[in-house]
Ligand binder design. Sequence first.
Ligand code: ASP
Length: 339
Amino acid sequence: MTKPRIHILALGGTIATRPDASGVMQMGLGADDLVAAVPLLETVAEISAETVSRVGSHSLTFDQLHALAAKIRGLEVDGVVVTQGTDSLEETSFLLDLLLDLQVPVVVTAAMRNPSLTSPDGPGNLLAAVRVASNPWVRAHANALGVVVAMLDEVYAAADVLKVHPTRINGFASTQTGPLAALVEDRVVPMSLPVRDAMVAARKRLGAAGSGKAQSVALLWTSIDESGRMIEAMVAAPDKLGYRGAVIAAMGGGHTPEHSTDVLLRLSAAMPTVVSPRAGGGPLLHKTYGGPSSEIGLRKAGLIWGGRLHPLKARALLETCLRAGLDRAAVNEVFEGWN
Ligand code: ASP
C-alpha cells in the first residue's frame, strides 16, 4: 500500500527550541531536525519537510499566516502538518481554517514541554499529527473537518480549540465541543465532525481575502470598574491610533460596564466593533437583559455580535474581514453566522 505524502512546515516555537550555552531555550531546530527525532514518521507517511521560520508563535503576524496559507494552497501533497509554538495556536489555526478550503488534511501541532525537559511532548505530538493527516477517515472528511489541531493525543476543531494552561502538558482543550478524535495505540479514533456552516459562509463572503493589506484590530477586555479611558483615548486620537476595528471581550452573555457605554458606542461609530464572550466562547445572549450596556441595548446600538467566537478568534476574523475590504454590514453578516 502506498503511503500518503505528508508535508511538514516548521514555523518555530518550543517544539523547535534548543538550549544555548547558558542553558536558556532558543529557537533553533528546523523541520529536518524535528523529523529526524521521530524515526517512526517514515512508517506512517512519505515525509517531506520545510523550515518556514524559526520564530516564537507569540511573534507571528497575520501577514506571515497569509503567506503560509498561500504556500499550503500551492502544495501537491496528501496532507500538511504545521509545527509552531503553542502561544498563539488557537489564533493561527483558526485563521488558517478561514483561509484554506482544501480537500486534504491540514493539522497544526506544537509542544508544551521543550526538548531539554523530561518527557518533552514535541516528538509524540508530531507523530500524532502525521498519523492524523494520514488517517483514511480524516482524509475522507478533510474538507468537513477543516484545519485541526493535534495535541496530547486529541484532535480539536480550529474554531473551538483554546490554550487553557500556560505550561502544563495538557495545555489545550476544546471546551465548547470536545475533541473530534482521539489517538490510541497507532489508531485515530473518530468521535465527531464539527458544525462549520458559519466558517463556510464566512469564506464565501471573504472571497480573495489574501490580497488585502494588514489592518490593526484592538482587543479590549472588560472588567469591573474599568473607566473606559483607553477607549476614550483611541476614539479621540487622530486616525484612531491606526486601529480599524475593535473586539470587546465582554462579560457574561454580552455585557459591559454601564458607566462606559457612551464611549463604547462612540468607538462603535468610529470603527466596526465586535462583542465577544470573555468567558471563553459559548453563544452570547440576544434578548434577555435590559439596560444600555446589556445585550439588547448594545445590539440595538449597532455593536457587532461575536456569538460563540472566543475574543482571540473574533479578532482574527475581524482582521480578515477588514483586510478583505468588507463594509460594516458585510462584517455583521459574517459574525451573525456564529450566533
Ligand atoms: N513561546 C513559545 C511559542 O509560542 C511557547 C511554545 O511554543 O509553547 O512559540
